[in-house]
Design a protein around this ligand. Structure first.
Ligand code: ADP
Ligand code: ADP
Ligand code: ZN
Length: 217
């Protein structure tokens, strides 16, 4: 299964992609996670990405497409994958089609998690992430049993530097201008499905699984 999980910043892509990856045994490929790992390691890629990320802007297409191209060539993607946060521009979507075509495969499904704009800032600002295992929480909507401690591994939770109200606002406007057009792009492909992301996390997962039951290849 070659899947794309689409949605605005804070829509729940990462939360849902992690569950699908586990259930179907396919890798979750999050460009945001890959950039954050590079920033942490202080690599040249990380230094470049950091400038854009902290400003709430998109990392340039040629950089982003390059890391996804390399990632999709790895052995663990042979049985499928779930892209979380890529593509985010029409140029990235075109490049993805080419990458997959060269590999003799294509997308199975594009799932868009739809959440009203007014809910997204609160989702982003309340997001907390485990430093050790990367699990995602929310101070109000998905709180850990013990404040700032990961339920899964006991690790410390932190808030991303770009999850402030101000940078979320900027990211949402970038989403509107650069990423939302992809909805029409994929609607024409016949493999597009939309899910109501305003529902509780578990209900979104249920709807997602119902969509995936009817997806082939
Ligand atoms: P969210 O889903 O909350 O927007 P991500 O972790 O997916 O957060 O992305 C964080 C940041 O990483 C983005 O604001 C952007 O700077 C960069 N980024 C992630 N994916 C892409 C992409 N496909 N193209 C360009 N930049 C990206
Ligand atoms: P994205 O990857 O699309 O940016 P995340 O999966 O990181 O989004 O979710 C953003 C924040 O919203 C996280 O704090 C997460 O726990 C929370 N969240 C995810 N799905 C829901 C939901 N259905 N209802 C309420 N909060 C949610
Ligand atoms: Zn953890």
């Amino acid at each position: 299964m070659q899947l794309i999980m689409m949605g605005a910043p804070g829509a729940g892509k990462g939360t849902q992609a992690a569950k699908i990856a586990k259930k179907y045994g396919i890798p979750q490929i999050s460009t945001g996670d890959m950039f954050r790992a590079a920033v942490k390691e202080g690599t040249p890629l990380g230094k470049k990405a950091q400038e854009y990320m902290s400003a709430g802007k998109l990392v340039p297409d040629e950089v982003t497409i390059g890391i996804v191209r390399e990632r999709l060539a790895k052995d663990d993607c042979a049985g499928g994958f779930i892209l979380d946060g890529f593509p985010r521009t029409v140029e990235q979507a075109d490049a993805l089609n080419e990458i997959l075509k060269a590999q003799g495969r294509s997308l199975s499904s594009v799932i868009n998690i739809s959440v009203p704009l007014e809910d997204l800032i609160e989702r982003g600002v309340g997001r907390r992430i485990c430093r050790s295992c990367g699990a995602t929480y929310h101070v109000k909507f998905h709180a850990p049993a013990k404040e700032n401690v990961c339920d899964a591994c006991g690790g410390e939770l932190y808030q991303r530097g770009d999850d402030t109200a101000e940078t979320m606002q900027k990211r949402l406007s970038v989403y509107e201008s650069s990423t939302r057009p992809l909805i029409d792009y994929y609607k024409q492909s016949g493999i597009y499905a939309e899910i109501d992301g305003k529902q509780k996390i578990e209900k979104v997962t249920e709807d997602l699984e119902n969509v995936l039951h009817s997806v082939k290849g």
